[in-house]
Design a protein around this ligand. Structure first.
Ligand code: SF4
Length: 507
């Protein structure tokens, strides 16, 4: 492991401005997207939230029905109306509607993944982050062998899908490094009980990139490219992301999904860090971002993420944060996002403790992680307790993947390890259409059962296998009614072949 002491920080200010100017290449200049301002019109958001106060129950119910039936983004005024509901009975109706949309679009599937932190080298100074450059932690970057070893450990647990995460550092933790890590991870193959384990989709959570860099990652086979705006509120953004950092540039970050879509990276993930500013404002901004991408490119966000601020080592900002989101408001946030952008995937992470995860899963969550570790090299056996304390933040749920799968199965959810979508070209506009019409649900249901079966055969404990087999039986019955006979026959054939050790069969 490359361990860099903090002396690199001392030479930073000298070189940083030059490097930041170089990053903003003319063809990537966000100015060309902005006609008289960016699409986060704060005056419009605040005014709309104000004008939609005290909505009538009739109007709220009309909007709920529209969300459930149309599966299209709501109008900003409609989202603002939902955010202004005070009547708890109406909220209950909204919780139910959110669950109904989730079931219609994504059924009872929960996609699972694990985070893989590759580097904490970072030139940025985000006040809420344990990896910020003023926090004198030990800086580490996994070398190719270590990336491979971490991916092998994750594949040996049964994971098929990762989200890799990186700090931002010129020449060391940049697009080329991301590319190298993707190549390593995709080359992994480990032996399992009957078949083998491998990582089939790598989503990337990294700093904004240029179009050229994103094209390079698309060619390697990046899954979703995730960049969270953290907060869309301009003034708060400037306060928590100091101006002498590249992250301090709000628009470079805001328009990175425009560049990704222009680079042909079709699946993009947006998000906010809840606790930095008013959560109702952030919902409105996420809606405006989704609508902007749809209007300009015909492709909305593949996923929306909404981690809540968590304590991190030596990061007093978090304790003092004035916009912390309570559990009750967290539920409401998830519900209104689900109703406002019905087709999008929604990611709930292991930052949240079990009781919160249990409570909000049914409101529209489509992806969650288990067995997660968030330190650099944290899946290695030599990772120490001391290192654990220096992570970017603290986790709220540390259950293993097997425990998570059993837990979900007992609640009737099937965990999907499916990664077929992007390998069959079901991304971008195509996936948007399939999601909105409910057709993707069928492909996903078939593939969820096939990949779940792989997990049960290769990695599950005896207890998980028992509960899991019951889920498989139930899904098979439902599929028999849902799909044409020929498709069902092919599906049964695939299941038998999986039992016999074949892997990666999908529709
Ligand atoms: S949040 Fe990301 S960019 Fe900001 S300091 Fe942490 S690692 Fe760096």
């Amino acid at each position: 492991m490359e361990v860099l002491v903090n002396s690199w920080i001392d030479s930073l200010p000298r070189r940083l401005r030059e490097w930041m100017e170089e990053r903003l290449e003319p063809e990537d200049d966000y100015g060309r997207y902005m006609e008289g301002g960016d699409f986060i019109d704060e005056e419009f958001i605040q005014r709309t939230l104000k004008e939609c106060r005290d909505p009538s129950p009739g109007e709220v119910r009309r909007i709920i029905d529209k969300a459930v039936c149309d599966k299209e983004c709501l109008e900003p005024e409609e989202t603002a109306t939902l955010l202004n509901v005070r009547d708890e009975e109406l909220w209950k109706e909204m919780f139910e509607a959110a669950g109904e949309i989730k079931r219609a679009v994504y059924d009872n599937r929960i996609v699972t993944f694990a985070p893989l932190y590759c580097s904490n080298l970072c030139v940025n100074n985000c006040l809420y982050c344990g990896f910020r450059r003023d926090n004198r932690v030990v800086r580490k970057r996994l070398n190719p062998e270590e990336v491979r070893a971490e991916a092998e450990r994750l594949a040996a647990m049964g994971h098929k899908r990762l989200i890799t995460s990186y700090g931002e550092f010129p020449g060391l933790s940049d697009a080329n490094y991301v590319a190298d890590t993707l190549r390593e991870i995709y080359s992994v193959k480990v032996r399992a009980r009957k078949g083998w384990g491998e990582i089939r989709r790598v989503n990337v959570n990294a700093a904004p990139m240029t179009i050229g860099e994103l094209e390079m990652l698309r060619e390697i086979g990046i899954g979703t490219f995730q960049v969270f705006q953290e907060t869309y509120h301009h003034e708060t953004y400037a306060r928590v992301h100091p101006g002498d950092t590249i992250k301090g540039n709000y628009h470079w970050r805001l328009y990175c999904m425009h560049r990704a879509l222009e680079a042909g990276v079709d699946d993009v993930g947006i998000g906010v860090l809840l606790g930095l500013y008013d959560w109702r404002f952030e919902v409105m901004a996420l809606l405006l971002h989704s609508r902007e991408l749809e209007e300009r490119y015909g492709i909305g966000p593949h996923t929306i993420s909404f981690p809540r601020l968590r304590p991190a080592a030596n990061t007093p900002f978090v304790q003092k944060a004035e916009y912390k989101v309570s559990d009750e408001d967290f539920k409401k946030f998830i519900t209104v996002v689900r109703l406002s952008v019905p087709y999008t995937g929604m990611i709930l992470t292991a930052r949240e403790p079990e009781y919160v995860r249990r409570e909000v899963l049914s409101l529209g969550i489509t992806q969650t992680d288990f067995g997660s570790r968030i330190g650099i090299g944290a899946y290695s056996e030599s990772y120490t307790e001391q290192e654990l304390e220096r992570q970017q933040f603290e986790l709220g749920d540390t259950r293993s993947l097997d425990e998570g799968i059993k837990w979900l199965a007992e609640m009737g959810y099937i965990v999907s390890f499916c990664t077929a979508g992007y390998r069959c070209g079901r991304t971008g506009k195509r996936i948007m259409k399939l999601l909105k019409t409910g057709k993707e649900r069928i492909f996903c249901k078939l593939n969820a059962v096939l990949t779940y079966k792989e997990y049960l055969e290769d990695f599950a404990s005896e207890e998980t296998r028992k509960v899991g087999e019951k889920i498989v039986e139930k899904e098979m019955k439902e599929l028999k009614e849902l799909v044409p006979e020929k498709v069902y026959e092919r599906f049964e054939d695939y299941l038998k072949r999986i039992e016999n050790g074949e892997r990666d069969l999908y529709f």
